[in-house]
Structure formats: structure tokens, C-alpha cells
Design a protein around this ligand. Structure first.
Ligand code: GDP
Ligand code: FO1
Ligand code: CA
Ligand code: CA
Length: 310
């Protein structure tokens, strides 16, 4: 059967890397958030697509969580000397990705087509797609006013307290047709919500017109992996955001946030005492993905969990 995985950048990329070991290319559709996308220095930048793409190709920098391993920064250093904007760091090799994406988009290719070309060039056989080919821009209401996603995330280092999120363009954006086709497929076996940020990575996908309804209407079970482990995010602002939104930073609150959408939640062994507080069915297992083996194990466990829920 088929599997659809919904993902943001770093957390989702790790599970996606595991999933491609468990499923054939025609069995898996990896759908990435594009709410982080923006134009910078004249380039079209798609951070979550690139985080997943580089991870699938084993080219990602695992420490940094974004960009390429073994990167150099000469172009950025030169730009800084020229007085250019240097708050958003583009590595020398990463720039090639943005140049090629920008050129192809300017030629009229869609983001999904460009992503397909980039993935093929990097030897990726599995299918990675943007959630939409249309512009959606995540905007964050903070104590300093509304900030564009990268202003909040990179320039302000996630410091301002958040109170709301808005996905500019979401009403007009058409979800990628391929996503809707897969969600309606009779042989869909699982919808996997990766351990990605629920508010700024997964929610933009769910808020696209018709997507939440199509997920709920799908015959396949929906299983998520909690991105919150022991009251903390493994990386990034998810736990900080939850507290600022007056939610406890727990796997329980993650389950509540997804609500009726979920048929099952996978939580970490350190959170085993939360099982009785979670409304949906749970699986307790190690969820920290470090090496390839832990990614594959968690990916296989997510697929098996969905099969058992069916
Ligand atoms: P971003 O777009 O780069 O912010 O990445 P995602 O939204 O896909 O993932 C961010 C989330 O991944 C954070 O909330 C982390 O807590 C979570 N995360 C990262 N690595 C792991 C891991 O190994 N296990 C689990 N359970 N969560 C993780
Ligand atoms: N994240 C940062 O924290 N600082 C950066 O300078 C930065 C540059 C960057 C360049 C290309 C790219 O694809 C991603 C980049 N990211 C950077 C990550 C990006 O901000 C992501 O949107 C976040 O990691 C959240 O997903
Ligand atoms: Ca992201
Ligand atoms: Ca269902």
C-alpha cells in the first residue's frame, strides 16, 4: 500500500530518511511545508524542501539541521564585506540549489517540477513534493508585532513571544493535486505526521483548502510522532511556542492540538507516564533519531502502528 508523510524541515527530514528505507519509491509521497519559503537576495528559497531533499540524499548537515554538510561560506563573507544582507546564511554549495530553483521558476516551471528535477539530480528516487505550487507565507504574531517567518526564526532567533500564526495566501493556494490524489487512493495504508513543528510546519499543510477534510475522509489511519520529548523540543521553538500559547509542552498537548485528525500518536519512552492522559491510541518507543538505524526503526514502527490501527 501507499504512505503519505507530512513534514517540515529537520524533524520531518529525519523520519523521511528512515521511510525511504522502508518503502519503494512508488509507495511513498513526502509532502513538505512551504510556508517558510521566501525570496532573499533575488533567490527563491525553500528551506523545508531543501532540508528534506538534502537529508534524503545524505548530503545534509546533521548538527546545523539545515543546509549541506561540509559547506563553505565564501560568498557570504564576500557579501558581508560589500555591505549586503548577511543575517540569512547561504552556503556556497547551497547557493547553487537556490540559483537553479530560481532560474527554473523564472522559466515558468512549477515548484513541484523544479523539486522533481533537483531530487533527480541528487539521485533521490522517492517522491518529495511541496504542499502547493502557490505562494503561502507563514506570518507570526509576536509581542513585537507580526513578523515574516524567517524574520522571526533567523533574524530574531525565535526570541519574541508568539501569540498567533497566519498563513498568507492559504485561501488562494491549491494543494498539490498529487497530494489530493494520494489521500483519495484506495490503497493508501497510512498518513504519517512527522515529528515536525505542529504550528508552523504541519499546520500550513493541514490548512490548505480541502486537505484536513481529505485526511479525515481517507480510509488510512493517521499516525503522528510527537516532536515534544520530555517536555522539550529536540530542536527549534516548538516547546517555547506551546508555553507562549498557554499549552503545556507535552506529547499530551500535541495530541490535543491535532485532535480528531489523529488515530494514533507515537511518544517517547521518557514520556511513558503520559499514556493515560492521551485521548488517542499511543505507542511508546524511543523516538530520538540519531543514526540511520534509529530513523529506519522509527519509520518502520510508524508504518506498523498504522497497519495495526487499520
Ligand atoms: P524545521 O522546519 O526545520 O523546524 O523542522 P520540523 O518542523 O520538521 O521539525 C522540528 C521539530 O522536530 C522540533 O519540534 C523537534 O522537537 C523535532 N525533532 C527533531 N529531531 C527529532 C527526533 O529525533 N525525534 C523527535 N521525536 N522529534 C524530533
Ligand atoms: N536557519 C538559521 O537559523 N539561520 C540561517 O542563517 C539559515 C539559513 C538557511 C539557508 C538555507 C536554508 O534552506 C535554510 C536556512 N535556515 C537557516 C533554516 C531555515 O530558516 C528554516 O526555515 C528553519 O530551520 C525552520 O525550518
Ligand atoms: Ca520549517
Ligand atoms: Ca480516518
Amino acid at each position: 500500500g501507499k504512505v503519505v508523510a507530512l513534514t517540515g524541515g529537520v524533524g520531518g527530514a529525519k523520519l523521511a530518511r528512515g521511510l525511504i528505507e522502508c518503502l519503494a519509491p512508488d509507495q511513498l509521497l513526502i509532502v513538505a511545508n512551504t510556508g517558510d519559503d521566501f525570496n532573499h537576495l533575488g533567490l527563491s528559497i525553500s528551506p523545508d524542501l531543501d532540508s528534506v531533499m538534502y537529508a534524503l540524499a545524505d548530503l545534509n548537515d546533521p548538527q546545523r539541521g539545515w543546509g549541506l554538510a561540509g559547506e563553505s561560506w565564501q560568498a557570504m563573507d564576500a557579501l558581508q564585506q560589500l555591505g549586503g544582507a548577511d543575517w540569512f546564511k547561504l552556503g556556497d554549495r547551497d547557493i547553487a540549489t537556490h540559483l537553479q530553483r530560481s532560474v527554473r521558476l523564472r522559466e515558468g516551471a512549477s515548484l513541484s517540477q523544479v523539486t522533481r528535477e533537483l531530487c533527480a539530480a541528487l539521485g533521490i528516487q522517492h517522491r518529495l513534493v511541496p504542499m502547493t505550487n502557490d505562494r503561502v507565507s507563514t506570518m507570526i504574531t509576536t509581542e513585537q508585532g507580526e513578523l515574516a517567518f524567517q524574520e522571526y526564526f533567523v533574524r530574531e532567533q525565535c526570541a519574541p513571544a508568539v501569540s498567533a500564526f497566519r498563513f498568507d495566501g492559504i485561501e488562494l493556494a491549491q494543494p498539490l493535486p498529487e497530494l489530493m490524489d494520494w489521500l483519495a487512493a484506495p490503497d493508501l495504508e497510512a498518513i504519517i505526521v512527522c515529528p515536525s513543528n505542529p504550528f508552523v510546519s504541519v499546520d500550513p499543510i493541514l490548512q490548505l483548502r480541502g486537505v484536513r477534510a481529505a485526511i479525515q475522509a481517507a480510509t488510512a489511519p493517521v499516525v503522528a510522532v510527537s516532536p515534544i520529548v520530555g517536555g522539550l523540543a529536540v530542536k527549534g521553538p516548538a516547546a517555547k511556542m506551546m508555553k507562549e500559547l498557554n499549552m503545556p509542552a507535552t506529547a499530551t498537548a500535541v495530541a490535543q492540538w491535532y485532535g480528531e485528525l489523529l488515530d494514533g500518536l507515537m511518544i517517547d519512552v521518557v514520556d511513558r507516564e503520559l499514556v493515560d492522559t492521551i485521548e488517542t491510541k499511543t505507542r511508546v518507543l524511543p523516538t530520538l533519531m540519531s543514526d540511520l538505524e534509529s530513523k529506519v526503526d522509527l519509520a518502520q514502527a510508524a508504518i506498523d502502528f498504522a497497519r495495526q490501527l487499520d
